[in-house]
Ligand binder design. Sequence first.
Ligand code: MN
Length: 372
Amino acid sequence: MKTLAVLGSTGSIGTQTLDIVRKYPDKLKVKLLAASKISKTLLKQIEEFKPEYVYTVEKVDIKGVRNLYGEEGLIQLSKLDIDLFINGIAGIAGIKPTYLLLKENKKLITANKEAIICLGEILKEKYSSIFPIDSEHSAIFQCLLTGRKKDVERIVLTASGGPFREKPLEEFEHITVEEALNHPKWKMGKKVTIDSATLMNKGLEVIEAHYLFDLPYEKIDVVIHPDSIIHGIVEFVDGSMTANLSYPDMRIPIAYAISYPERWDIEAKKLCLWEIKNLSFYKPDYKKFPLLKIAKEAGKKGSFYPTVLTVADELAVNEFLKGHIKFTEIPVLVEKVLEVANFQKPQTLEDIMFIITETEKVFKDIILKVLN
Ligand code: MN
């Protein structure tokens, strides 16, 4: 029996994790659920999974459970004796919990790429205890098991290309929030769905891969693969490639991370090769999707740049979702913030948090000019 903590339990990753728990009640026990606030969904989850602890940002009273809350609660949470911590928190809110859990040497299963990226400069030595559930990184993890790390020529992350792969560049200005939220292959949270439409998601994943697998940027490539059947490829020095294939279903990488080194049947639809017939691949188009390039460059620069990139993007995506800016203004804003930002190389969590707050201020100044 493995005990689990599910952080971000009401979100896309959290609910899919709980789906797996439902299938394996004899193998998995939820000990803690964490969400930003109390909601109908959270209350239902508490009733169904009966966790010992519930974390929320503000204090709440729930019968039969111990409520951990606020900053102090986060510290208590990170010290709990639980086998696996699953971090499905969206965006930069996931940074602190990730930091605390890694410091406590907890087994962390995480989909929170923002935290991996922002903490990469200061905590990389702890990253061997992270098990990724980002589908591409789970794929790379699995492909790496087929050879020796020193024989790796390069890794290839696949990208669906999002909903606008075939849209002419001239029409990008008029892209609506609704269109951008309509991802062709994956059902995900809002932030990552918009990031997928701009290809920023893939840029962030390149940086994530750099820190997680300790590979130089020259060895990390991106290919557009609209079918979303191959999730990641490792090429070895002899020219041989190992690829990971399945229908796009986040429950597969989540279940693998939980069951590893075992594999469990989660009743995912099995891949039918003659049903898919062909697989197609394209070169990324940087003109339509400048954020992929901007992200890679920020990654290569290292230091404070990956954090600034992450924060600027999250804020720009929020402005787009609120209808304040155009789709094409997301990369413009991110690039402007990166131009202005200048900090010392971060050494501690406080440094990272400082960069985040200062970047938020820079962003506010810039967006005020854009909106006027
Ligand atoms: Mn991904």
